[in-house]
Write a protein that binds this ligand. Structure first.
Ligand code: ADP
Ligand code: MG
Ligand code: MG
Length: 247
C-alpha cells in the first residue's frame, strides 16, 4: 500500500529526514517510536503534503501512484488521513459543517456524489454513537473548548466518517487518561483494523500499543528507521530507553 524509499526531506534547508525507507502492506499496523526531534512528525507532514517540507530525494508510492506528485487534497481523496498531536480549533464553523465539508470534498475528488445534510447526519451520528460522543458536540464549533480527550475522540469520529485507507496518527495518545486511551484505541481498531486498510501510529509510549497491537514497531532516530521489530520492541524501548537501542 505504501512504499517509502530513501526519503530525504528538509525544512528551511535543514535536513530532517535522511534516507528513510518503510514498506506497509494492507492489513498492517505499524508503530513508529523514537526520541524527540527525530523527525516523526515531519514524516507525517511530508506524507500529508504540508507546505514548507521539501523532499530532496527518494520516493513515496501509495497504491501504486506517486504520492509526492499529489496535492494535499488529492492525497486525502486517495484515502490518506492524518491525525495530529494538536487538533486545530476552528471558531465559527460547527463540527458537523466541517466534517461534512471534509467528507464531501474527498467524495468529489473520487467523483462521488456529495451527501445531503440528512444523509451526512446519519453517518455522523453513527460514528458519534460508536465513540460515545454526545450529539451536542457535533453542533459546537470545531474543537473550541474541547478537552484533550474530547479532541481526540472527535478526531476518531472524523476518521470514522472519512473512513480512510491509510491513517497516520501522530501522538494521538498524548495527554489522554486511561479511559480516553481505551476509547481512542477501540476507535482505531474498529475503524482501521481491516484487510484493506493500514495504520501508522506515531507514539512515544508503549501504552497505546496495549490497545492497538502493532504488527511492526520501528525506531525512527535522526531521520531514518534504525530498527524494526514486533510488539516486543516497544516494550524493550520503554524499559531501556532510546539511547541504548536507537543507535
Ligand atoms: P519528532 O516529531 O520526532 O519529535 P519533528 O519531526 O517534530 O520531530 O522535528 C524534527 C526536527 O525538525 C527537530 O529538530 C525540529 O526542531 C525540526 N523542525 C520541525 N519543524 C520545524 C520548523 N518548522 N522549522 C525548523 N525546524 C523544524
Ligand atoms: Mg515531538
Ligand atoms: Mg512529533
Amino acid at each position: 500500500m505504501l512504499q517509502i524509499t530513501n526519503l530525504h526531506a528538509e525544512i528551511d534547508g535543514k535536513p530532517i529526514l535522511k534516507g528513510l525507507s518503510l514498506s506497509i502492506n494492507a492489513g498492517e499496523v505499524h508503530a513508529i517510536m523514537g526520541p524527540n526531534g527525530a523527525g516523526k512528525s515531519t514524516l507525517g507532514y511530508v506524507l500529508g503534503g504540508r507546505p514548507g517540507y521539501d523532499v530532496t530525494e527518494g520516493s513515496v508510492s501509495f497504491d501504486g501512484t506517486d504520492l509526492l506528485e499529489l496535492e494535499p487534497h488529492e492525497r486525502a481523496a486517495a484515502g490518506l488521513f492524518l491525525g495530529f498531536q494538536y487538533p486545530v480549533e476552528i471558531p465559527g464553523i460547527s463540527n458537523v459543517q466541517f466534517l461534512r465539508e471534509s467528507l464531501n470534498a474527498q467524495r468529489k475528488g473520487r467523483d462521488e456524489a456529495p451527501l445531503s445534510g440528512g444523509e451526512f447526519l446519519k453517518v455522523a451520528r453513527a460514528q458519534a454513537d460508536a465513540l460515545g460522543m454526545d450529539y451536542d458536540m457535533l453542533k459546537r464549533p470545531v474543537n473550541v473548548g474541547f478537552s484533550g480527550g474530547e479532541k481526540k475522540r472527535n478526531e476518531m469520529v472524523q476518521m470514522g466518517i472519512i473512513n480512510p485507507k491509510l491513517a497516520i496518527l501522530d501522538e494521538t495518545d498524548s495527554g489522554l487518561d486511561i479511559d480516553a486511551l481505551r476509547i481512542v484505541g477501540d476507535g482505531i481498531n474498529r475503524i482501521m483494523r481491516a484487510p484493506d486498510k493500514a495504520v501508522i501510529l506515531i507514539t512515544h509510549y508503549q501504552r497505546l500499543l496495549e490497545y492497538v497491537e502493532p504488527d511492526f514497531v520501528h525506531v525512527l532516530a535522526d531521520g531514518r528507521i534504525t530498527r524494526t521489530g514486533g510488539p516486543e520492541l516497544a516494550i524493550e524501548l520503554e524499559r531501556e530507553g532510546y539511547g541504548a537501542i536507537a543507535a
